[in-house]
Design a protein. Sequence first.
Length: 119
Amino acid sequence: QVQVTESGGDMVQPGGSLNLSCVASGSFSSVRGMAWYRQAPGKQRERVADITDGGSVNYADSVKGRFTISRDNAKNTVYLQMNSLKPEDTAVYYCNSDLTIGLYTYRYWGLGTQVTVSS
């Protein structure tokens, strides 16, 4: 059984910080790319940041300079450090992980964690 589980969502004031975590667990041989997405009410899901198994990163323009994605390969975990949070960052944040099982790689999604930025 393979699972991807996010944690760390909370309510914070504008200008605050949060650190999200996402762990992949179960039976797989390796973790390839990992990424964070978010979906605000009434909006489409959008990619926030992604990181390859080699450590290369990409960010959405809206979060560059404020968010940092990182990973711990030994723990099959990806993090999203979010600083200088704005009300428009309010969304459910989802993680996905590309996991190799046998000969193939599959993308698994977590159920999401709520981030609310409000005064």
